[in-house]
Design a protein around this ligand. Structure first.
Ligand SMILES: Cc1cc2nc3c(=O)[nH]c(=O)nc-3n(C[C@H](O)[C@H](O)[C@H](O)COP(=O)(O)OP(=O)(O)OC[C@H]3O[C@@H](n4cnc5c(N)ncnc54)[C@H](O)[C@@H]3O)c2cc1C
Length: 357
């Protein structure tokens, strides 16, 4: 038997960020993960930005989440001597005169001032259509998620902190000082298993509204090397390769790459401009999304020191660092977890289900 502070189940964006947060606190851990590439994180485009374009609002807590996430990933880049984060401006092409008016009416509002501005020269590219103009968003960027996960995994393996295997829930036993799992004793367990939490016997009472997403990579020599959004995003991976995404579907939760998603993305792309391109890759994944679109963080309603960090939805890049930190602040400093994300918002449901015969 050996002893660690934490066992983390899952090494996606949630588990990886939690493990790095434990490194910052000099706490020990073992991660259990089957190292599948059929996960939400391996499908993620990795884009983050502070705007909810549908109604032109600031995305929830983005003023806190983005600087926190950027500092966090930069710190890890330094520790691992690598690069996976790139800051960008994002160009939003307006779909209507109403959207344009709304944008200009908000530019000088104190909340928006640091995030959106006027723009009129960057997209001067003959292939792009912008009859209603476009605006610029700052504080956006992209985490190369696969690189972040794989380089973190190499770090965890080097520290002997990662075990490649499927979870065996029946091997989790309560002990006087925490838990045992096979030959490991730990004080805390954290489940970071993405959409698979619906199969977790401890947390399957939690509601879930998973959403499948797909992206494509196109080869095109007519698109500018800029991050552009209109109905979908287009992100320059290189001078000629662009990542386009993403779709949202609730009725098909397979990892199958669909013709339907490909056609949806092509149609959105054609709405941005007239290009010749070739599709060279397609990816699919299932986002662990909740009904209220907020993460799920905190201790099990009955079992002390058994925690969950999940429900990152479509914003795993922004959410994972901040809420990993919040979970640890609750465990070590007794600080409250934000009530919007606290797992306790579903405790009533848990106790009601317990009562049912
Ligand atoms: C197409 C697409 C595009 C996206 N684009 C973006 C984006 O641009 N920006 C953004 O912020 N977010 C994006 N997301 C969302 C983002 O991917 C998720 O928020 C995030 O990946 C969730 O991470 P997670 O760690 O909770 O789950 P996962 O990534 O699913 O990680 C769970 C881990 O647990 C392991 N695991 C689960 N069950 C078991 C088991 N029984 N045994 C062993 N191991 C197990 C899995 O192998 C995996 O490693 C996108 C998602 C999709 C699908």
């Amino acid at each position: 038997m050996f002893k660690v502070d934490f066992i983390i189940f899952g090494q996606g964006l949630a588990g990886t960020s939690l493990a790095h947060s434990l490194d910052f606190k000099n706490k020990s851990y073992v991660i259990i993960d089957n190292c599948s590439t059929e996960t939400s994180s391996f499908a993620a485009a990795g884009i983050y930005h502070p705007i909810s374009f549908k109604r032109l609002l600031l995305a929830w807590k983005s003023n806190l989440l983005i600087p926190f996430a950027e500092d966090f990933y930069k710190k890890i880049e330094l520790n691992l001597n690598t690069k996976f984060l790139k800051k960008h401006s994002l160009f939003r092409i307006f779909s209507s005169i109403e959207e344009q008016n709304n944008w200009y009416s908000k530019i000088d509002e104190p909340n928006f001032k640091n995030y959106i501005s006027e723009s009129n020269k960057e997209l001067n590219n003959n292939s792009i259509n912008f009859p209603y103009g476009y605006g610029k968003v700052s504080s956006a960027g992209r985490l190369n998620v696969s690189k972040y996960l794989l380089e973190s995994r190499a770090h965890f393996i080097e520290k002997k902190s990662l075990r490649k295997e499927n979870f065996e829930f029946s091997s989790i036993k309560k002990t006087n000082s925490g838990f045992s799992y096979k030959n490991i004793n730990c004080a805390h367990l954290v489940f970071c298993e993405g959409q698979n939490y619906v199969k977790n016997p401890f947390f399957n009472y939690l509601p879930s509204k998973p959403s499948k997403g797909e992206t494509i990579v196109i080869e095109c020599d007519q698109f500018p090397e800029l991050l552009i959004n209109k109905g979908c995003f287009v992100y320059p991976l290189s001078k000629t390769n662009f990542l386009v995404g993403a779709t949202y579907k609730h009725n098909d939760l397979s990892y199958r790459k669909s013709k339907e998603a490909r056609e949806e993305l092509i149609s959105k792309l054609m709405n941005i401009g007239d290009f010749k391109f070739k599709i060279i890759q397609q990816k699919a994944g299932v986002r662990p999304t909740t009904y209220d679109r907020r993460p799920i963080v905190g201790n099990h309603p009955k079992i002390n020191n058994m925690h969950i960090l999940n429900g990152l939805g479509s914003k795993g890049v922004m959410f994972a660092p901040y809420f990993s930190n919040q979970l640890l602040a609750q465990i070590y400093e007794g600080k409250e977890i934000d009530s919007d994300v606290y797992v306790g918002r579903y405790s009533k449901k848990y106790f009601q289900e317990l009562k049912q015969p």
